[in-house]
Design a protein around this ligand. Structure first.
Ligand code: NAD
Length: 332
């Protein structure tokens, strides 16, 4: 069997700074894995006029897993071709439909599973002759089925409690979502299912997040709720994500953006990128022991040498060095 390949997409802003630490960690814990760097986002628009050049997409399709930094640059905020389009196209092209966003903090340990390639962000949009602007939320039952099945299976490996979040009192897509989740439930008799309306879910997440184990929801609700979950469990700088398909490579990336306000200063917190690397080791390469060792090493660095966003003074590189020292100690 040929050795695994990880395509590293450093991205924009603080992306290259945190991607460097991820690369050094990967070289340490998975030296047999080939790491290939490619361009995405604003960096790719500047170099090739396209936020997802054909060469980048081809390399990602051939990879075992994709490790991605954030994309986005204020220079392109009003442009027709925007860095973020590269990310949406990559997710769609790899059919990375299940977005996993774990949040662990104190007595909170929850996992948001967000449908990623359907709904409002991928439906028809446009402007009518009378000036009305529209975005359409559409789901096929098969799109709900596959993400719900994934969420049930993940709940089985955790505390066995699934909360499905929708707006079934108003939306047709939500009523179908709820019906499909209920139809699948008997396949997973060891998982309890609760349905919650999205407005109530936001309040519950903000006040008692420890009640949740696995949450499954559609694209836009998941976008908003997973940021809320990240905010109540330590902040965006810490939150990783994995976007998985059924056949091709998964995309592993921090939840935060390119942080243009601090880019180039070497002070970004690489925790979310390193935790995404741990998700890649676990879900992308099946290397659970290395993933757990990395998670523990990051915990150690957070406790002993935090970056400035957490009130400390460590630089991005210093934080990464502490993680690698700890890894070398614990995996020696
Ligand atoms: P952001 O996440 O980049 O920044 C929000 C705040 O959090 C800023 O104050 C920033 O300094 C801070 N922050 C973010 N990551 C940090 C880190 N690792 N360490 C320390 N502090 C950190 O969100 P934004 O300002 O709304 O967006 C900036 C750009 O990023 C935009 O172009 C946006 O479209 C893009 N974006 C991309 C992704 C992605 O690639 N997945 C996600 C969100 C936003």
């Amino acid at each position: 069997m040929s050795s695994p390949t990880v395509v590293l997409l450093p991205g924009d802003g603080v992306g290259p700074e945190v991607a460097r630490e991820a690369r050094l960690v990967l070289e340490l814990v998975a030296p047999d894995v080939a790491v290939e760097e490619r361009l995405i986002g604003a960096a790719a628009i500047r170099a090739a006029g396209d936020p997802l050049p054909g060469e980048t997409l081809a390399a990602c399709r051939d990879a075992t897993a994709v490790l991605k930094g954030p994309v986005g640059d204020p220079e392109f905020d009003a442009a027709d071709v925007r860095p973020e389009q590269g990310l949406l196209r990559l997710r769609g092209a790899l059919d990375a439909y299940a977005n996993l966003r774990p949040s662990v903090w104190g007595d909170v340990d929850l996992l948001v599973v967000r449908e990623l390639v359907g709904g409002l962000y991928f439906g028809a949009s446009g402007v009518r002759d009378d000036g009305t602007v529209f975005d359409t939320c559409e789901y096929h039952p098969s799109q709900v089925e596959r993400v719900a099945r994934r969420a049930f299976a993940l709940a089985q490996t955790r505390r066995g409690a699934l909360t499905s979040i929708d707006k079934a009192n108003v939306l047709e897509t939500s009523r179908m979502w709820r019906r499909v989740v209920n139809e699948i439930a008997p396949e997973f008799p060891d998982v309890s299912v609760e349905h919650m309306l999205v407005d109530n879910a936001a309040m519950q997440l903000a006040t008692t997040p420890q009640q949740f184990d696995v949450i499954v929801t559609e694209n836009m609700f998941g976008d908003i709720l997973s940021d809320l979950a990240a905010a109540v469990t330590g902040g965006l700088g810490l939150a990783p994500s994995a976007s998985l398909s059924d056949s091709g490579p998964g995309i592993f990336e921090p939840v935060h953006g390119s942080a243009p306000d601090i880019a180039g200063r070497g002070i970004a917190n690489p925790t979310a990128m390193l935790r995404s690397t741990a998700l890649l080791l676990e879900h992308g390469l099946g290397r659970t022991a290395e993933a757990q060792a990395l998670v523990r090493a990051v915990e150690h660095a957070l406790a002993t040498s935090p970056t400035s966003d957490l009130g400390g003074s460590a630089s991005t590189a210093e934080f990464g060095a502490v993680v690698r020292e700890q890894l070398a100690l614990t995996t020696a």
